[in-house]
Every structure is written in C-alpha cells, then in structure tokens.
Design a protein around this ligand. Structure first.
Ligand SMILES: NC(=O)c1ccc[n+]([C@@H]2O[C@H](COP(=O)([O-])OP(=O)(O)OC[C@H]3O[C@@H](n4cnc5c(N)ncnc54)[C@H](O)[C@@H]3O)[C@@H](O)[C@H]2O)c1
Length: 341
C-alpha cells in the first residue's frame, strides 16, 4: 500500500514515516520544507533500510497535487502539513488559515479528483477548547480554541464531517494529539524547531545543551498540585505507532465510511515542574529556570481520556516519561544544532 504523507519531513511526520516503513507500507512524502529539513528523510531511510519517495511542494499548489496523484497510485493520505505555533498564529492569523485550512481544502479536492478517499488528519487536543471539562473525551462537542491555530484544526474537522456527508466513500480519521515529546531512541531524528522553541521539551533540551540560558515556566500559581500547568505528554514514537494503528484500522474496516476521532495521549497529566525534574534525573543535567507570569490562553491542566483508541485501535502509549527524557537528550546532545549539526 502506498501512503502519501504531507509534512512528512517534520517532527511527527518523520517518526511516522519510519513506523510506516517498518510496518511494510510504501511512503511518498510531500513537504515544502518550510519548517523542516530533507536530512530527516535521509536519516529515516537509513534507520528503516528502505527508501522514501520525496516530492518538494506546497499543499496549496493544486496543479502540483494533481500531478502527484497522477504519478503515484496513492491508497491513503496522512496529512501533517500545517503551521503549528500557537503564539505566532495570533500574530499571523491569515497565514495560518491560508496554510492550514485552505491548504487542506486543496488537498481534499485533489484527493476527490484522484478517487482517493482514505484520510488521516493531524488534529489536536486544542479542538476541545476552553469550555469542555477534563479529561477530554471524543464524544464532547468541538470547543472554541483561543488561537487561530486551534480554530484552524476545528475548521478542518468540520470540513471533514461535511465531506463525509457529501461523499459516501470518504473514510476519515481525526487524530487528536496531546503533547508529543521525545525522539527516536537512535538519536538520529527528533524535533528541530527553527528559532526559539515554542514547546517545553525542546526548550529544556536547549538549556541543557547550553544554547539557552534558562527556562521560563509560565505561571506558578495555577490551581494544580504544584502550581504549574499540567499536560498529557506522550512519546513521539507512540504517536507514530498510533498513526499506523489508525491506518490499519481504516484499511481493515472496509465497511466504515464517515469520520471517526481518536484521542492520542497517555491519559495522565504531568506538570511542568515534574518534567523539569524528570529531565534532570534522566540526564544528570541541571536546568536553570525562572517562574514567569502566566501566558494568555494557557489552560491550567488538560489530558486525554485515552480509552477509545485503546479499545478500537488496540493502541496505547506505552513508553515511560524517563524514556521520553532520555530520548530527547540523546537527540539533542548528538545534534546540538538539529539537522544542521
Ligand atoms: N507538535 C505538537 O505538539 C502537535 C500537537 C498537536 C497537533 N500537531 C499537528 O501535527 C502536525 C505535525 O506537527 P509537527 O510537530 O510535526 O510540526 P512540523 O512543523 O515539524 O511539521 C510540519 C511539516 O509540514 C510542512 N509544511 C507546513 N506547511 C506546508 C505546506 N503548505 N505545504 C507542504 N508542507 C508544509 C513543514 O515543512 C513541516 O515539515 C501539524 O499539523 C500540527 O499542527 C502537532
């Protein structure tokens, strides 16, 4: 089976491409490299002992997508390509809606023309918005995220639901990720943010390697056990395996049409202070930090109800917090400047 992976050179995409290859799928990656490097795919091929077809292009380029679907007999699409910085999205809302929403419309149109109907979308826990209670369950109504980034994910989920109503062949899966961290245990691929990292773990790792002076912990007075925010962190290799499980499920369930959403998380919240402690213990490094004021839009705590994926996809996040920390450090210390190292 040939799988088109948009955004496959990026952080989650590259780990997922590796899992797909290791599970016997053939992969075509389509990526404009706006937030990634082709080196990630070279490393994936070395790790897998197998090849990946790579086409550089933008998901908003309809003629390039049409040509892509003509060139390759694609069975299913996993769609990672998106801009993902929550803070930046409040500064550049049009760029985020353009890339994440319009780009997805172009992709879905090209799929329709090419008669490809199996679609797995990178959604996010942010679609539950501020109004739903924790833990988040898939049966909850989509919420109102506080950022254009989050809103773009809600919009695409709505688009998928409408496409499924209009097209009886459409088989869609929306995977709502919680907080992926870590790297492949080889230390060959990992998260390589451009500029100042937006996410906690890359920032912690860059402090540890001496690239940044100290970590800012945003808010120490939340109504949580230790006052810092709590999130549901999962190992990126578990997340990658979750995509393979979802794809297997989609292909096996020949009768299924419509859209199904699955949370991909551990089901356990972990605080920012606990992450810093775990990183220090796993690596022997000391992380200097300041407790800074809260950031607008941050929720005190959220985590997944992870039962649906466990029951229906036979998937659960099995890697420990210690593995997440060790693998992050292995990647960062071997590649202090990411793929440019
Ligand atoms: N990392 C997280 O914490 C997280 C959490 C929830 C959801 N997600 C979603 O998962 C997906 C992957 O995230 P990631 O962390 O791997 O990000 P990433 O930036 O590492 O990967 C995204 C990839 O998409 C590519 N891309 C972006 N716009 C494109 C376009 N117009 N055309 C072609 N390629 C394009 C980028 O070059 C990059 O390789 C995104 O959709 C993101 O919103 C990520």
């Amino acid at each position: 089976m040939k799988i088109l992976v948009t955004g496959g050179a990026g952080y989650i995409g590259s780990h997922t491409v590796l899992s797909l290859l290791n599970n016997g799928y053939e992969v075509v990656v389509y990526d404009n490299l706006c937030n990634s490097s082709e080196v990630s795919l070279q490393r994936v091929q070395q790790l897998a002992g197998n090849t990946v077809e790579f086409v550089q292009g933008d998901i908003q380029d309809k003629s390039a997508l049409t040509a892509l679907f003509k060139q390759y007999p694609i069975d299913a699409v996993i769609h990672f390509a998106a801009l993902k910085a929550v803070g930046e999205s409040t500064q550049l809302p049009l760029a985020y809606y353009q890339n994440n929403v319009h780009g997805t419309l172009c992709l879905l149109e090209a799929m329709q023309v090419a008669n490809v109907h199996q679609f797995i979308f990178s959604s996010s826990a942010t679609v539950y918005g501020e109004e739903n209670a924790v833990p988040y369950v898939e049966t909850m109504t989509l919420g109102t995220p506080s950022s254009p980034y989050g809103a773009s994910k809600v919009m695409v989920e709505r688009v998928m639901a409408d496409v499924a109503l209009a097209n009886a062949q459409f088989k869609g899966v929306s995977l709502r990720y919680f907080n992926p961290i870590g790297a492949h245990p080889s230390g060959q691929i990992g998260e390589d943010p451009k500029g100042i990292p937006n996410n906690l773990l890359p920032y912690v790792a860059q402090v540890a390697v001496g690239k940044r002076d100290k970590l800012n912990i945003f808010g120490g007075d939340y109504p949580t056990a230790d006052g810092s925010c709590e999130r549901d962190y999962l190992h990126v290799m578990d997340l990658a395996d979750g995509h393979v499980a979802a794809l297997d499920w989609l292909i096996k369930n020949e009768q299924f049409t419509g859209v199904e959403a699955f949370n991909l998380g551990t089901g356990t919240p972990v605080s920012v202070f606990a992450i810093v402690n775990a990183f220090e213990q796993a690596t022997g490094k000391t992380i200097a930090y300041d407790v800074a004021p809260r950031r607008a839009g941050d929720l005190p705590a959220f985590w997944a109800d992870a039962n649906k994926a466990k029951i229906q996809l036979n998937w659960h996040a099995s890697r420990t917090l210690q593995q997440m920390m060790e693998d992050t450090w292995n990647w960062q210390s071997n590649n202090p400047n990411g793929f440019d190292s």
